[in-house]
Design a protein around this ligand. Structure first.
Ligand SMILES: [Fe+2]
Length: 311
């Protein structure tokens, strides 16, 4: 089995790269590389890019990429059905090699190895929060500008697929992704309609999920999600995006599964895109559970997603 270490990027096709770049900069990314047909945007963290937009008439989700642990992982996945060959990455920041694979619903998922580790960009430190019992911030004051909230990395994305079980098995075989939690009727994970998947790094703590796979009749992407520094970044970024006239989808609130403080926006082409902070970290000691509650119960506080959020 091959092994993913981290999600790297998502890829979309859009009819207007200039418009997309302008939105993504306001959303907290920086331009890493661009041509007439391709746009690569980076976060402030160590991945060469977190978002690729390709020029094309129709706006659609293309796929995503994961960094895999070793070169041999590329050989393993290249031998599987639906995989392209191992190819040198000469058209994207960071270089390295990749194998592009096609899921049953048409999404292209890349295994990437040997891509450079980018030098992180300088951003402000997290602001220490004084809680009722612990006051780490003393003789220092919170001063936050209503400004762009830099995103650090791609945290996760969410796919709607026709065959949920087959998609989870596909991702397990190619990337070693394992279940953190399920959504579905109580009792039997095999009956689940959704699975929160994480990279498997054993004892090492990782994000609760890098991918949520949901079974539906209409395949597509639900959203992609990028981490920002802290709660103040979510809120200042929220105000900034509102003031810039963008469309708020749902936020701010706190999720149940993964516990992130979230803020969802619509990009200029209607795709959902999320800022988050303060997500759960888990390791091999975490036991997956089945969530069987209502859609409303997936939000612990804050903005309740509208009905069409779950369609
Ligand atoms: Fe999310």
């Amino acid at each position: 089995m091959s092994h993913a270490i981290e999600p790297l990027y998502v890829r979309y096709q859009v009819p207007d790269l200039v418009r997309m770049e302008s939105f993504l900069r306001d959303f907290g990314m920086q331009t890493a590389q661009q041509s007439a047909t391709q746009l690569f945007m980076r976060g402030s963290g160590s991945t060469p890019y977190v978002y690729e937009a390709v020029a094309g008439t129709e706006a659609r989700f293309l796929g995503a990429g994961f960094r895999v642990a070793e070169r041999a992982d590329l050989e393993r996945v290249a031998a599987l059905e639906g995989s392209g060959p191992i190819e040198a990455i000469d058209d994207a920041p960071g270089g390295g090699h990749r194998v592009r694979m096609r899921m049953a619903d048409g999404f292209e998922i890349d295994a990437v190895h040997g891509a450079a580790v980018a030098t992180p960009l300088e951003t402000r430190d997290a602001i220490a929060l004084n809680t009722a019992r612990t006051k780490p911030r003393t003789n220092q004051f919170v001063r936050i500008a209503q400004a762009i909230a830099p995103v650090t990395k791609l945290g996760h994305f969410v796919l709607h697929v026709r065959d949920h079980r087959a998609a989870v098995a596909w991702l397990h075989q190619r990337f070693g992704l394992i279940a953190s939690d399920y959504m579905g009727p109580p009792g039997d994970p095999d009956q689940a309609a959704g699975t929160f998947l994480r990279v498997d790094r054993g004892q090492q703590m990782v994000d609760h999920h890098c991918l949520l796979v949901l079974g539906t009749e209409t395949p597509g992407v639900h959203h992609c999600s990028f981490e920002v520094e802290d709660v103040d970044a979510v809120m200042a970024g929220h105000d900034y995006l509102l003031q810039r006239g963008y469309t708020l989808d749902c936020g701010v609130g706190r999720h149940l599964l993964g516990s992130q403080i979230f803020d969802y926006w619509r990009d200029p082409f209607g795709f959902r895109i999320e800022h988050y902070t303060d997500g759960d970290m888990v390791n091999h000691l975490h036991q997956p559970a089945i969530f069987s509650g209502t859609a409303d119960e997936t939000t612990q506080w804050g903005a309740r997603p509208p009905k069409d959020f779950f369609e």
